[in-house]
Design a protein around this ligand. Structure first.
Ligand SMILES: Cc1cc2nc3c(=O)[nH]c(=O)nc-3n(C[C@H](O)[C@H](O)[C@H](O)COP(=O)(O)OP(=O)(O)OC[C@H]3O[C@@H](n4cnc5c(N)ncnc54)[C@H](O)[C@@H]3O)c2cc1C
Ligand code: SF4
Ligand code: SF4
Length: 610
């Protein structure tokens, strides 16, 4: 017999590898609302199957834990069982020989602590809490709960205006979202079980591009109630749109020259062209709400004065203040805040960066936007300094890749330590301290100083993109509760003990996404309407085509393409290409219509009104 041999894979091993991938896809496509206790039991069983069996805590202990959790599901447990589960899991975590046992036990401890009330519901009432009834994966993950299978079915039938009107029932900014939504709806798309998620955002963009003229939306009879909305960003505009449809008289107060908030004064036009944004806002204004621009609540009128004049107020002021790095030399001429620069660009003030060396500090989407804008403004070089790893950047992976393709250089694991000025007080260089990846804190490995010397990067401008703050002090002084400068509204958008004041969007959540801001406006509209004593329902009269049996043969996902980097970096024109008719037809055919098949129909299915 030979001493050693090469390992060739067996059919069994190859099949198991495939099964792992299948399980991964199954987990990925699990929609919220599944019974967490049942899932915990299944995960534990899977972990136990991996046990080598050498150490008792893992071999015997995990089996015992499984029995205990199953007794909860079978209605045989009492409240003491919960304590036994917790202590058993903790002792396995401490005593198992390897990570298989200890991590399985850690998962069980996490489960008992994280959803103890679900365990209790099973023990006390023999049922599952099932908090989330929106069981269509994509619909439940879209914060505004857009009827995605519905609009995709309409696109497939070539009924584009109907598709967009159906979207508007929940989201009045379909053109904007078709361009720049971060599409959380695709995360758990069930089509991933077959091949890949449906390109939901791309299909939305396609429908809007073929919609034709925007028609005046139907509005309810005037109620005589007056509502003020502070801030003309997506959240404020959404609230104004739905409340006007409900028959209330709305006025949007916006401190800047034009409406749109960060859609205009943040997101660059190569991702969201201004003519598309303008058309969208004009379409929303057909509901009849008034807008007063160049008018700041706090400066031109106090919040208290405004409150007296209206039956209800919605605060949606966004997050616009730039954060400082807090290093020496930050006051140098040439250190520019990213939000300030993008705001200027939104007002049509294009800085000339021809031949300049730029360093951007930050790793989020704003950093990528400002870096890619700098390239388009003629910069000789753009370096993005980030103290963590590239993999830990909060920017979308496609934005990071796009920035690199545009010519930006990423300097990961480099923390800014000071900015060097020249004799005239202008930026001469930025000094960076190399980092090494360290302990995981809050889900990301924290960087720590590496044993390496500081690096000097000569540059003409430093663009700071390390997050935004909220200008909320005046609202705090007026008695609105604040939490770390955010407006501390409830999940319903209101405040305990404060009548008629609501808030939502970035000023409540912190800097987030357009669709979350839209969802905040939608929630506020429903609850303001109820506060005023009404129960108007937002509905859609679009009839859906009969259900089609989807083809489940694996088929590639149609991804969006972009203009070549060498061409697009010369201008601020739209970077992403549209889907073709053929692509939209093929992509829409892939949707499995989970509102009709699977749990969708049984547990909620389609929402016709809200
Ligand atoms: C550079 C950048 C890129 C982004 N890219 C994306 C993206 O690709 N996808 C995505 O989903 N999200 C993106 N976002 C986030 C998104 O733009 C925001 O989450 C969203 O705009 C928040 O909406 P909002 O209505 O809450 O606030 P905002 O859009 O900030 O609007 C608030 C409005 O209130 C006005 N205002 C403030 N104070 C007052 C006052 N006292 N009186 C009157 N008016 C006032 C402001 O001028 C502003 O117009 C990006 C953000 C930035 C900065
Ligand atoms: S708005 Fe965004 S999250 Fe909602 S369906 Fe459209 S792409 Fe998905
Ligand atoms: S297959 Fe269609 S209905 Fe199902 S989750 Fe994906 S987009 Fe939604």
């Amino acid at each position: 017999m030979s001493r050693l041999s090469n390992v060739s894979s067996t059919l069994a091993q190859e099949t198991v590898e495939e099964l792992y991938k299948d399980i991964e896809r199954n987990i990925q496509t699990s929609q919220p609302g599944l019974c967490p206790v049942d899932l915990a039991a299944a995960f534990l069983h899977l972990s136990h199957a991996r046990s080598c069996g050498k150490c008792t805590p893992c071999r015997v202990g995990l089996g015992r834990l499984e029995e205990l959790i199953n007794s909860v599901l079978d209605g045989k447990a009492d409240m003491e069982t919960l304590d036994v589960i917790e202590t058993t899991a903790e002792s396995i975590f401490r005593s198992a020989d390897c990570a298989i046992g200890s991590e399985a036990a850690r998962m069980a401890v996490k489960a008992v602590k994280g959803f103890r009330d679900d365990f209790e519901e099973h023990i006390l009432h023999g049922r599952c809490k099932l908090q989330n009834f929106k069981s269509v994966p994509c619909v439940s993950e879209c914060p505004a709960h857009v009827d995605i299978p519905g609009y995709i079915a309409l696109i497939h039938e070539g009924r584009y205006a109907d598709a967009v009107n159906l979207i508007r029932k929940d989201n009045p900014l379909p053109a904007t979202c078709g361009m720049i939504c971060e599409h959380p709806c695709e995360e758990h798309c069930r089509r991933k079980l077959v091949d890949d998620a449906i390109n939901i955002r791309g299909l939305k963009r396609y429908a809007v591009e073929h919609e034709g003229e925007i028609k005046k939306p139907a509005c309810e009879e005037a109620t005589g109630k007056k509502i003020a909305i502070i801030g003309g960003g997506p959240s404020g505009l959404t609230a104004a749109y739905f409340l006007s449809k409900m028959g209330h008289e709305c006025t949007v107060y916006e401190q800047r020259d034009k409406l749109g908030g960060m859609l205009r004064y943040g997101i660059p036009s190569y991702r969201l062209p201004r003519e598309i944004l303008d058309r969208e806002i004009e379409g929303m204004k057909l509901t009849g709400f008034k807008t007063i621009t160049n008018f700041s609540i706090g400066k031109d009128m106090s919040f208290d004065e405004l409150r007296k004049q209206y039956d209800a107020v919605y605060i949606s002021i966004g997050a616009h203040i730039d954060n400082k790095i807090g290093i020496d030399g930050e006051d140098a001429d040439g250190v520019v805040s990213a939000v300030e620069m993008l705001r200027g660009i939104g007002d049509g003030k294009m800085p000339d960066f021809s031949g300049l060396k730029i360093v951007v500090v930050g790793g989020g989407n704003v950093a990528m936007d400002v870096a890619r804008s700098a390239i388009r403004l003629g910069a000789e070089s753009v370096k993005i300094a980030y103290r963590r790893r590239k993999a830990d950047m909060t920017a979308l992976a496609e934005e990071v890749e796009g920035a690199v393709a545009d010519g930006c250089e990423i300097m990961e694991l480099n923390s800014p330590v000071r900015i060097e000025k020249d004799a005239d007080g202008k930026v001469a260089a930025i000094w960076l301290k190399p980092q090494i990846v360290g302990e995981v804190k809050w889900g990301r490995p924290a960087p720590v100083n590496a044993d390496a010397p500081e690096v000097r990067i000569p540059c003409d401008r430093v663009l700071v993109a390390i997050g935004q703050g909220i200008e909320s002090a005046q609202f705090g002084e007026a008695g609105i509760p604040l939490k770390r400068n955010r407006i501390a509204a409830s999940d319903e958008g209101d405040f305990e003990g404060i009548e008629g004041v609501f808030s939502g969007g970035d000023c409540v959540t912190g800097p987030a996404t357009v669709i979350k801001a839209i969802a905040g406006g939608k929630v506020a509209a429903a609850n303001i309407d109820e506060y005023l004593g009404f129960n108007h329902l937002i509905t859609s009269d679009v009839e859906l085509p009969p259900v089609r049996f989807a083809d489940r043969e694996p088929m590639g996902r149609v991804n969006m393409t972009e203009r070549p980097a060498g061409e697009r970096i010369k201008d601020f024109c739209l970077m992403e290409n549209s889907m073709t008719d053929q692509e939209a037809c093929q992509e829409s055919a892939r949707c499995l219509q989970c509102d009709h098949f699977g749990c969708g129909l049984l547990k909620g299915g389609r929402e016709f009104k809200w």
